[in-house]
Design a protein. Structure first.
Length: 368
C-alpha cells in the first residue's frame, strides 16, 4: 500500500447453526452458497468472511451480501444462524475430522472441550510498511475493546462472565499452555516477534511429542504462525495484523468495530506511538499506549464485567472508541444464573431473529 491509500480491512465471523427448534445442527449445504462461506472445526459452526476492503461501505456490502445468501439457503433448509459467542447450553459440539484438530485436542487435553463452545470474530487490518510493530502494539493496547461486542455470558447453561467465550479461551482452555491463549506484551521489533512466535511453536511441538506424536508429522501440520492462539497476531501470510478477541456478534456491530479499528490504524501514518503511564489516549499529535500491565488488567475487566466497568468505558473513549454507541448483546441477558435447555433453545431462536432483522435493515424492501 502507498501513503494515500485507505487501510484495507476484512472480517471473519463464526455463527452457530441451529434447526427450527433451536438444536445445534450441521451447516450441510450452507457452505456451498458462495465465496467466503466455510466450515469451522466444530460441526455446528459456520464461518462467513470477507475479502480485504478499502472502505466501511465496501466491507458492509460484501459481508451483508454473503450473509444474505447464507440466510436464504438456511431458510430453504429450515436452519438458522445464531450470532452469539457461545451456544449458551450444553452440546453436542463435535469436531470435524482433522489432523490439526486431533493434535490440538491431544496437546490441550480435556480442556480443549472449552474451545468447542467458542464462536468469535477476527478483524484483519492491512500492514502499513514500516509501522507494523506500532500497529501490533496499538491493537494489543486496544484489546479491552472486546467489551464492545461481548455477546454471551453463559457456558453450558450457567452464567460465567460478561464475555464467556474469552474467559473460556484465555484462562480455561489453555491453562496448561498459558502463554498460548492469553494476550502477549508489546514487542520492540519484527525480530522479537519472530523469536517469541518460534518459542511458543517449539513449546507446542514439544508437548505434542510428549503426548505421542512424531515431531516431523506435527511440523508438517503446523507452522509457527498457525500454531499460536494469542489474541493479537502479526500475520505474514496475509500481510495483516489480526485481532481475534471479539465475540461473534450482529454484523452491524462487527462492521462498526472494524471501522473503528481501521480508523485507529490509519492514524499511525501521521502520529507517533509512545508507551508509558497507565492512562492511554489517542490524539492527532500522538498515540499513547499504557504500560502493558494496565492493558492486561483492563482486558480482564472487559471479559469479566464488560461495559459495566467504568474503567473500561473511560479507557476505550480515550483510545478513540465511542462506547456509548455500542450495545453488546451480553448486556441483554439479565435473566437467571442458570438457563434450562428449553430456555437455551428459545434464546438461540430469538437471536437468530435478531440477526435476520439486523441484515434486513440494510436491504431495500424489494430485496426481501
Amino acid at each position: 500500500m502507498t501513503g494515500g491509500e485507505p487501510v484495507r480491512r476484512s472480517v471473519e465471523i463464526e455463527y452457530w447453526v441451529v434447526d427450527e427448534n433451536g438444536h445445534l445442527t450441521d451447516p450441510g449445504s450452507l457452505v456451498e452458497v458462495g465465496p467466503g462461506v466455510e466450515r469451522e472445526f466444530t460441526r455446528s459452526l459456520l464461518e462467513v468472511k470477507t475479502s480485504p476492503c478499502e472502505t466501511t461501505d465496501e466491507l458492509r456490502g460484501e459481508l451483508f451480501e454473503r450473509l444474505d445468501a447464507v440466510l436464504r439457503a438456511a431458510n430453504a433448509a429450515d436452519k438458522r444462524l445464531v450470532p452469539l459467542a457461545t451456544p449458551l447450553g450444553r452440546g453436542p459440539e463435535e469436531d470435524l475430522p482433522s489432523e490439526r484438530t486431533r493434535i490440538q485436542s491431544r496437546v490441550v487435553g480435556d480442556r480443549f472441550s472449552y474451545v468447542r463452545h467458542c464462536a468469535g470474530t477476527h478483524i484483519h487490518v492491512e500492514q502499513i510498511p514500516g509501522r507494523e510493530i506500532d500497529q501490533l502494539n496499538a491493537l494489543i493496547a486496544c484489546d479491552p475493546a472486546l467489551a464492545l461486542v461481548n455477546s454471551s455470558p453463559y457456558f453450558e447453561g450457567n452464567r460465567l462472565a460478561a464475555g464467556a467465550r474469552s474467559e473460556l479461551y484465555r484462562w480455561m482452555a489453555y491453562a496448561l499452555l498459558s502463554r498460548q491463549g492469553t494476550l502477549w506484551p508489546y514487542v520492540d521489533s519484527r525480530i522479537e516477534w519472530g523469536r517469541r512466535l518460534q518459542r511458543r511453536y517449539e513449546e507446542f511441538v514439544t508437548e505434542a511429542v510428549i503426548v505421542g506424536f512424531d515431531r516431523e508429522y506435527v511440523e508438517d501440520c503446523f507452522d509457527p504462525e498457525n500454531a499460536v492462539w494469542t489474541p493479537v497476531q502479526l500475520r505474514e501470510e496475509f500481510s495483516t495484523v489480526e485481532w481475534r478477541s471479539p465475540d461473534a456478534a450482529l454484523p452491524s456491530q462487527v462492521v462498526r468495530l472494524a471501522d473503528d479499528v481501521a480508523s485507529l490504524v490509519e492514524r499511525l501514518r501521521d502520529a507517533p506511538v509512545r508507551i508509558g503511564g497507565d492512562a492511554g489516549r489517542v490524539s492527532d499529535e500522538e498515540i499513547v499506549l499504557p504500560e502493558f500491565e494496565t492493558v492486561r488488567e483492563l482486558a480482564h475487566s472487559a471479559v469479566r464485567k464488560g461495559l459495566s466497568s467504568a474503567a473500561v468505558r473511560s479507557y476505550l473513549d480515550r483510545m478513540g472508541f465511542d462506547a456509548e454507541s455500542y450495545d453488546p448483546l451480553t448486556a441483554e441477558f439479565d435473566g437467571p444464573e442458570e438457563l434450562s435447555p428449553a430456555a437455551v433453545r428459545r434464546r438461540r431462536l430469538a437471536y437468530a431473529d435478531r440477526l435476520e432483522r439486523d441484515l434486513r435493515r440494510t436491504r431495500p424492501v424489494a430485496d426481501d
